[in-house]
Design a protein around this ligand. Structure first.
Ligand code: MN
Length: 250
Protein backbone atom coordinates (compact mmCIF):
# COMPACT_ATOMS: atom_id res chain seq x y z
CA UNK A 1 0.00 0.00 0.00
CA UNK A 2 0.91 3.67 0.24
CA UNK A 3 1.72 6.12 3.03
CA UNK A 4 2.24 9.47 1.38
CA UNK A 5 3.00 11.44 4.54
CA UNK A 6 4.78 10.12 7.62
CA UNK A 7 7.95 10.90 9.53
CA UNK A 8 10.16 7.81 9.54
CA UNK A 9 13.08 9.52 11.24
CA UNK A 10 10.95 10.43 14.25
CA UNK A 11 10.17 6.88 15.39
CA UNK A 12 12.40 5.92 18.31
CA UNK A 13 12.77 2.49 16.65
CA UNK A 14 12.94 3.82 13.08
CA UNK A 15 15.07 0.94 11.85
CA UNK A 16 12.48 -1.68 12.67
CA UNK A 17 9.68 0.50 11.24
CA UNK A 18 11.64 0.89 8.00
CA UNK A 19 12.28 -2.85 7.89
CA UNK A 20 8.56 -3.55 8.36
CA UNK A 21 7.61 -1.11 5.58
CA UNK A 22 10.16 -2.66 3.27
CA UNK A 23 9.06 -6.24 3.86
CA UNK A 24 5.39 -5.29 3.54
CA UNK A 25 6.21 -3.53 0.24
CA UNK A 26 4.59 -0.24 1.22
CA UNK A 27 5.31 2.87 -0.81
CA UNK A 28 6.32 5.46 1.75
CA UNK A 29 6.94 9.16 1.46
CA UNK A 30 8.88 10.19 4.53
CA UNK A 31 8.81 13.83 5.53
CA UNK A 32 11.59 15.85 7.08
CA UNK A 33 10.89 18.79 9.34
CA UNK A 34 14.19 20.64 8.78
CA UNK A 35 16.70 20.67 5.91
CA UNK A 36 19.43 19.63 8.39
CA UNK A 37 17.56 16.37 9.01
CA UNK A 38 17.37 15.41 5.35
CA UNK A 39 20.74 13.76 4.74
CA UNK A 40 20.53 11.42 7.72
CA UNK A 41 16.86 10.71 7.17
CA UNK A 42 17.52 9.88 3.53
CA UNK A 43 20.46 7.66 4.40
CA UNK A 44 18.25 5.60 6.74
CA UNK A 45 16.26 4.37 3.75
CA UNK A 46 19.13 3.86 1.35
CA UNK A 47 18.47 0.85 -0.86
CA UNK A 48 14.79 0.70 0.11
CA UNK A 49 13.20 0.87 -3.31
CA UNK A 50 9.73 1.94 -2.22
CA UNK A 51 10.68 4.61 0.29
CA UNK A 52 11.47 8.22 -0.60
CA UNK A 53 12.50 11.14 1.60
CA UNK A 54 11.00 14.58 1.13
CA UNK A 55 12.98 17.73 1.89
CA UNK A 56 11.08 20.09 4.16
CA UNK A 57 10.91 22.80 6.75
CA UNK A 58 7.86 22.42 8.94
CA UNK A 59 5.89 25.66 9.51
CA UNK A 60 6.08 25.22 13.29
CA UNK A 61 9.87 25.27 13.07
CA UNK A 62 10.17 27.96 10.39
CA UNK A 63 11.02 30.85 12.73
CA UNK A 64 13.85 28.90 14.38
CA UNK A 65 15.40 27.61 11.17
CA UNK A 66 15.57 30.55 8.77
CA UNK A 67 19.29 30.01 8.32
CA UNK A 68 18.63 26.52 6.94
CA UNK A 69 16.98 27.89 3.80
CA UNK A 70 20.36 27.98 2.06
CA UNK A 71 20.78 24.28 2.86
CA UNK A 72 17.28 23.70 1.47
CA UNK A 73 18.35 25.34 -1.81
CA UNK A 74 21.55 23.32 -1.86
CA UNK A 75 19.67 20.02 -1.50
CA UNK A 76 16.69 20.74 -3.75
CA UNK A 77 17.93 18.71 -6.72
CA UNK A 78 18.49 15.63 -4.56
CA UNK A 79 14.78 14.82 -4.41
CA UNK A 80 11.52 15.13 -6.31
CA UNK A 81 9.61 15.56 -3.05
CA UNK A 82 9.27 18.58 -0.82
CA UNK A 83 7.63 18.36 2.60
CA UNK A 84 6.63 18.97 5.22
CA UNK A 85 6.05 22.60 4.33
CA UNK A 86 3.19 25.08 4.57
CA UNK A 87 1.59 27.42 7.08
CA UNK A 88 0.02 26.92 10.51
CA UNK A 89 -2.39 29.56 11.75
CA UNK A 90 -3.08 27.98 15.16
CA UNK A 91 -3.25 30.45 18.05
CA UNK A 92 0.14 29.49 19.44
CA UNK A 93 1.73 29.85 16.00
CA UNK A 94 0.30 33.18 14.89
CA UNK A 95 3.18 35.19 16.32
CA UNK A 96 5.47 33.46 13.81
CA UNK A 97 3.30 34.15 10.78
CA UNK A 98 5.86 36.40 9.08
CA UNK A 99 8.63 33.81 9.39
CA UNK A 100 6.31 31.05 8.15
CA UNK A 101 5.34 33.08 5.09
CA UNK A 102 8.96 33.95 4.37
CA UNK A 103 9.99 30.28 4.53
CA UNK A 104 7.02 28.96 2.54
CA UNK A 105 7.52 31.58 -0.17
CA UNK A 106 11.23 30.83 -0.38
CA UNK A 107 10.55 27.09 -0.70
CA UNK A 108 7.91 27.59 -3.40
CA UNK A 109 10.29 29.83 -5.33
CA UNK A 110 13.16 27.34 -5.09
CA UNK A 111 10.86 24.48 -6.10
CA UNK A 112 9.71 26.47 -9.14
CA UNK A 113 13.25 27.20 -10.25
CA UNK A 114 14.07 23.49 -9.79
CA UNK A 115 11.32 22.57 -12.27
CA UNK A 116 8.52 21.67 -9.88
CA UNK A 117 8.23 19.10 -7.10
CA UNK A 118 5.60 17.02 -5.37
CA UNK A 119 4.75 19.18 -2.36
CA UNK A 120 3.32 17.78 0.88
CA UNK A 121 1.60 20.79 2.39
CA UNK A 122 0.39 21.54 5.91
CA UNK A 123 -2.48 24.06 6.03
CA UNK A 124 -3.98 23.90 9.54
CA UNK A 125 -6.03 27.07 10.14
CA UNK A 126 -4.29 28.65 7.18
CA UNK A 127 -5.99 27.21 4.11
CA UNK A 128 -6.77 30.56 2.45
CA UNK A 129 -3.20 31.81 2.79
CA UNK A 130 -1.75 28.49 1.67
CA UNK A 131 -3.94 28.46 -1.45
CA UNK A 132 -3.12 32.07 -2.20
CA UNK A 133 0.60 31.40 -2.07
CA UNK A 134 0.34 28.18 -4.06
CA UNK A 135 -1.55 30.22 -6.65
CA UNK A 136 1.34 32.68 -6.82
CA UNK A 137 3.78 29.87 -7.62
CA UNK A 138 2.01 27.62 -10.13
CA UNK A 139 5.35 26.16 -11.27
CA UNK A 140 6.31 24.97 -7.79
CA UNK A 141 4.80 21.58 -8.54
CA UNK A 142 1.86 19.47 -7.44
CA UNK A 143 0.51 20.40 -4.03
CA UNK A 144 -0.77 17.51 -1.94
CA UNK A 145 -2.69 19.00 0.97
CA UNK A 146 -1.97 16.81 3.95
CA UNK A 147 -4.65 16.30 6.64
CA UNK A 148 -6.99 18.97 5.24
CA UNK A 149 -9.20 20.48 7.96
CA UNK A 150 -10.68 23.50 6.19
CA UNK A 151 -14.26 24.29 5.29
CA UNK A 152 -16.24 22.92 2.35
CA UNK A 153 -15.82 26.23 0.58
CA UNK A 154 -12.05 26.13 1.07
CA UNK A 155 -12.05 22.56 -0.17
CA UNK A 156 -13.81 23.66 -3.35
CA UNK A 157 -11.18 26.33 -3.88
CA UNK A 158 -8.39 23.82 -3.34
CA UNK A 159 -9.94 21.41 -5.83
CA UNK A 160 -10.28 24.20 -8.41
CA UNK A 161 -6.60 25.00 -7.94
CA UNK A 162 -5.68 21.42 -8.79
CA UNK A 163 -4.66 20.30 -5.33
CA UNK A 164 -4.32 16.65 -4.35
CA UNK A 165 -5.08 15.40 -0.84
CA UNK A 166 -3.43 12.93 1.49
CA UNK A 167 -5.91 11.49 3.92
CA UNK A 168 -5.21 9.66 7.17
CA UNK A 169 -6.83 7.74 10.02
CA UNK A 170 -7.14 10.84 12.22
CA UNK A 171 -9.13 12.65 9.56
CA UNK A 172 -11.38 9.70 8.82
CA UNK A 173 -12.28 9.33 12.49
CA UNK A 174 -14.48 12.45 12.57
CA UNK A 175 -17.77 12.96 10.78
CA UNK A 176 -16.60 16.31 9.43
CA UNK A 177 -13.39 14.75 8.14
CA UNK A 178 -15.28 11.96 6.39
CA UNK A 179 -17.65 14.45 4.84
CA UNK A 180 -14.75 16.49 3.44
CA UNK A 181 -13.14 13.32 2.10
CA UNK A 182 -16.38 12.36 0.37
CA UNK A 183 -16.24 15.67 -1.50
CA UNK A 184 -12.64 15.27 -2.69
CA UNK A 185 -12.04 13.96 -6.22
CA UNK A 186 -11.43 10.22 -5.87
CA UNK A 187 -8.59 10.32 -8.35
CA UNK A 188 -6.64 12.87 -6.29
CA UNK A 189 -6.52 11.15 -2.92
CA UNK A 190 -3.55 9.33 -1.43
CA UNK A 191 -3.38 7.56 1.94
CA UNK A 192 -1.20 8.89 4.73
CA UNK A 193 -0.69 8.18 8.43
CA UNK A 194 1.33 11.19 9.68
CA UNK A 195 2.94 8.71 12.05
CA UNK A 196 4.36 8.85 14.61
CA UNK A 197 2.35 12.01 15.42
CA UNK A 198 -1.02 10.36 14.89
CA UNK A 199 -2.06 7.68 17.35
CA UNK A 200 -4.81 5.15 16.87
CA UNK A 201 -6.15 3.35 19.95
CA UNK A 202 -3.34 4.80 22.00
CA UNK A 203 -0.60 3.49 19.73
CA UNK A 204 1.47 5.56 17.34
CA UNK A 205 0.61 4.78 13.75
CA UNK A 206 3.15 3.44 11.27
CA UNK A 207 2.86 3.16 7.47
CA UNK A 208 1.38 -0.31 8.03
CA UNK A 209 -1.72 1.48 9.30
CA UNK A 210 -2.37 2.83 5.81
CA UNK A 211 -4.55 -0.30 5.58
CA UNK A 212 -6.92 1.46 7.99
CA UNK A 213 -7.24 4.28 5.48
CA UNK A 214 -8.24 1.83 2.78
CA UNK A 215 -10.98 0.30 4.90
CA UNK A 216 -12.27 3.69 6.08
CA UNK A 217 -12.22 5.08 2.54
CA UNK A 218 -14.03 2.04 1.20
CA UNK A 219 -16.87 2.85 3.60
CA UNK A 220 -16.93 6.54 2.65
CA UNK A 221 -16.99 5.65 -1.04
CA UNK A 222 -19.26 2.64 -0.76
CA UNK A 223 -16.74 0.52 -2.67
CA UNK A 224 -15.12 -2.81 -1.87
CA UNK A 225 -11.65 -2.90 -0.32
CA UNK A 226 -10.21 -4.17 -3.60
CA UNK A 227 -11.78 -1.42 -5.69
CA UNK A 228 -10.70 1.20 -3.16
CA UNK A 229 -7.12 -0.10 -3.21
CA UNK A 230 -7.11 -0.04 -7.01
CA UNK A 231 -8.37 3.57 -7.15
CA UNK A 232 -5.63 4.64 -4.72
CA UNK A 233 -2.94 2.77 -6.61
CA UNK A 234 -4.05 4.38 -9.85
CA UNK A 235 -3.81 7.83 -8.30
CA UNK A 236 -0.37 6.97 -7.00
CA UNK A 237 0.71 5.87 -10.47
CA UNK A 238 -0.70 9.08 -11.92
CA UNK A 239 1.23 11.32 -9.57
CA UNK A 240 4.42 9.31 -10.20
CA UNK A 241 3.94 9.70 -13.93
CA UNK A 242 3.44 13.46 -13.64
CA UNK A 243 6.47 13.63 -11.41
CA UNK A 244 8.67 11.78 -13.90
CA UNK A 245 12.20 10.52 -13.38
CA UNK A 246 13.45 10.22 -9.84
CA UNK A 247 10.00 9.23 -8.69
CA UNK A 248 9.03 5.80 -7.38
CA UNK A 249 9.41 2.77 -9.60
CA UNK A 250 6.06 1.12 -9.16
MN1 MN B 1 3.38 15.62 9.37
Amino acid sequence: MIDFHCHLDLYPDHESVIEQCDSAGIYVLSMTTTPKAWAKSNSLVKGRKKIRTALGLHPELAHERLEELSLFDYLINETKYVGEIGLDGSTNQKQHAAAQIHVFEHILKTSSVAGGKILSVHSRRAVDDVLKMLGQFPDAGIPVLHWFTGTKHQLEKAIKQGCWFSVGPAMLKSKKGRELVSLMPRNKILPETDGPFVRVKGKETTPLDSSLVISDLSKVWGESIDVTREILLNSFRTICTICGTGCYDY
